[in-house]
Ligand binder design. Structure first.
Ligand SMILES: Cc1cc2nc3c(=O)[nH]c(=O)nc-3n(C[C@H](O)[C@H](O)[C@H](O)COP(=O)(O)OP(=O)(O)OC[C@H]3O[C@@H](n4cnc5c(N)ncnc54)[C@H](O)[C@@H]3O)c2cc1C
Length: 372
């Protein structure tokens, strides 16, 4: 063994990175620390972490070309790999992305045409209203549609990848990491049982817990912040509409079974404590009102079926990527998904594993240089 690596956190980010690393080289010993950071999740949290709560919408198109490259590469890998699709319980239901007048989607659509030929199309606002159940959109709205897109279960994919990691010889420790110490040449993890373990490299893939873990370790948070994410499932049928995002209003959603629709708007609760997130009741009402005016559902008497209030680790610019915490200390973060890492994690984890093996960190802006 040449390199001993610790991955802290067993959300989708840490688990896929651990699996990629171990699969890339048998000379890398991979220890993953997979403690649940809280043992009593609130009833509406949808699970212990962002991976368990995620809506799982996946598509290739993003207005930002770098993010689009990562999402497109991830989707292409998903389509090329039967085991990934089955493990993630992927469902192809198509995707529509609404963009404000004057936004040119060409950079993204050209890129997607290369990785998933024939999937993407651009519609005018008239075409959009003819084909989908939107009740009028601002003049000049442009829509990017994708045939090969839909949703998956990040939690199921995590479970599958934990199995693949164990088969490949990765070790999974059900333990909570209290702090990381980057001094004394090699980084050390302090564990809840007061023991200390040294590694050649440590990656904190601890999602919304990352800012507090860094602070506890006396390290800079690097602009990482925890933010609430919330969606509600309403009784609604919207035939012909799969996954959608409306950049002009913020509304997003997807069908949840045949009689329900998951709908959400961005939440503005920043720096939340992941173990104390509570439902934003005003946001539940606002989502219903916005969807009613844009799509005609839910009806005025339809009660919300279920609200999931959870969180993710945000960063500006957003994006799941490997980032060095302290120059030369071999301590990295792999987080910052900012509410969107389900769709980029396959490519981002591949990039991060390659960067770790090469002994360097990369920012998401290098996504363009991903291999096929
Ligand atoms: C409600 C919601 C809806 C979403 N919808 C979408 C979507 O439709 N499409 C999309 O692309 N993305 C979506 N996302 C975003 C995506 O799901 C997240 O970006 C992704 O799951 C983040 O994964 P993660 O591994 O970084 O973090 P997490 O899943 O939060 O995992 C972090 C892990 O670290 C562990 N941990 C923390 N501290 C410690 C410690 N000290 N020691 C050991 N372990 C520790 C935690 O227990 C946890 O398991 C959504 C997110 C949420 C919350």
């Amino acid at each position: 063994v040449l390199v001993r690596t610790a991955i802290v956190g067993a959300g989708i980010a840490g688990t896929l990175l651990a699996w990629r690393l171990r699969r890339s080289s048998r000379l890398v010993a991979v220890d993953q620390y997979a403690a649940a950071a809280t043992s009593s999740p609130p009833a509406d949290s949808g699970g212990l972490d962002a991976t368990g709560a995620s809506g799982g919408l996946v598509r290739g198109f993003e207005p930002d070309p770098d993010a689009c490259a990562l999402a497109g590469q991830s989707l292409a890998e998903l389509y090329a790999d039967d085991a990934l699709r089955a493990g993630a319980k992927y469902r192809e239901i198509g995707s529509v992305y609404l963009l404000a007048s004057g936004t040119d989607p060409a950079a993204g659509t050209e890129l997607l045409d290369r990785v998933l030929p024939g999937s993407v199309a651009v519609l005018t606002s008239d075409e959009l209203i003819r084909r989908y159940p939107f009740r009028g959109v601002p003049a000049g709205t442009v829509a990017v549609t994708e045939r090969r897109a839909g949703y998956l279960s990040p939690a199921r994919l995590r479970d599958a990848a934990l199995g693949w990691l164990a088969e490949a010889g990765g070790r999974i420790h059900p333990e909570q990491v209290v702090a990381v110490d980057p001094t004394a040449g090699r980084p050390a993890l302090r564990l809840a049982d007061r023991t200390t373990v040294r590694y050649d490299a440590v990656v904190l893939a601890t999602g919304a817990w990352t800012p507090s873990l860094l602070e506890r370790s006396g390290l800079d948070t690097g602009g990482l912040r925890a933010k609430q994410i919330q969606y509600t499932v309403y009784p609604a049928r919207l035939p012909g509409l799969g996954a959608f995002v409306d950049d002009t209003t913020g509304l997003y959603g997807r069908p949840a079974g045949s009689r329900w629709f998951l709908l959400g708007l961005p939440c503005d609760r920043w720096d939340v404590d992941p173990s104390r997130v509570e439902t934003d009741a005003e946001l539940v009402e606002r989502v219903a009102a916005q969807a009613r005016s844009q799509l005609g559902v839910p009806g005025p008497d339809d009660r919300p079926f279920w609200t999931v209030a959870s969180f993710d680790c945000y960063r500006d610019p957003p994006g799941l990527a490997l980032r060095e915490v302290l120059p030369g200390a071999a301590v990295y973060t792999f987080t910052g998904g900012s509410g969107g890492a389900a769709k980029t994690v396959l490519a981002a984890s591949r990039l991060a594993a390659a960067a770790l093996l090469a002994g360097r960190a990369v920012e998401s802006r290098r996504a363009r240089h991903l291999g096929p």
